[in-house]
Design a protein. Structure first.
Length: 220
């Protein structure tokens, strides 16, 4: 068996694994998107609580490093531990406030991004791409102002949009998985046909049988 045959066989072995993995990822993504779309507030609550738990764990880790006498940054580790633990507790205990903070962060980020893109577009006005930068900057600026003006409801709406996006991505992944399975079957059929036409594999048994029959007729 040549190296090309080995590579082809390994590729055929990998095809079924790839399409099954893509199908699994697509189903999980679509289900997650459906869950977030149907239950946006509950999904945000779970995400916020998990983020708070992660912050508390990070704070405990920083707190443990404070007791390391060989570490010269123990003061900074202590301050970081206090900050992380306080933020984690606030995220878990005050969910409505956490939603508002998340919305404000998203809104302010979009406002800054919009202003930056708008200024860049104005600076290169007259060149190719300037119009798109100005358009993107205006849209981002308006979206940021809307989110900042009503952060809680905006975050809920963004969660629904994110869930719809996950559903679309999951469906595309599932369709791609079935297309990949069809391609894998086509390649497998072509490979089996190639093996069947190789000289000496299929023809030898029939040739031996014909010679055997001819010998029996001659002997008779």
């Amino acid at each position: 068996m040549t190296n090309e045959d080995i590579d082809r066989d390994m590729g055929l072995f990998a095809w079924p694994v790839n399409w099954r993995a893509s199908l699994f990822v697509g189903i999980i993504t679509a289900l997650l998107g459906l869950l977030v779309t149907v239950l946006p507030t509950q999904s945000l609550t779970v995400i916020t609580v998990l983020l708070g738990v992660l912050m508390i764990i990070s704070g405990i880790y920083q707190l443990v490093r404070v007791f390391d006498s060989s570490d010269r940054q123990r003061v900074w580790h202590g301050l970081a531990a206090l900050l992380f633990i306080v933020i984690g507790v606030v995220l878990i205990r005050h969910l409505h406030l956490s939603f508002a903070i998340i919305g404000l962060i998203i809104g302010i980020t979009w406002i800054v991004q919009g202003i930056s893109a708008l200024m860049s577009g104005i600076a290169i006005r007259g060149n190719s791409g300037a119009g798109w930068l100005i358009f993107f900057g205006v849209v981002s600026l308006i979206a940021g102002v809307v989110v900042v003006s009503s952060p809680v409801s905006s975050v809920t709406a963004l969660a629904v949009l994110a869930g719809i996006w996950f559903i679309v991505m999951g469906i595309m992944e599932i369709v791609g998985a079935f297309a990949l399975r069809g391609a894998a079957r086509s390649v497998a059929n072509e490979a089996s046909a190639d093996h069947a036409t190789i000289p000496g594999q299929r023809g030898e048994p029939s040739d031996v049988a014909e010679r055997h029959d001819a010998g029996r007729h001659t002997a008779g």
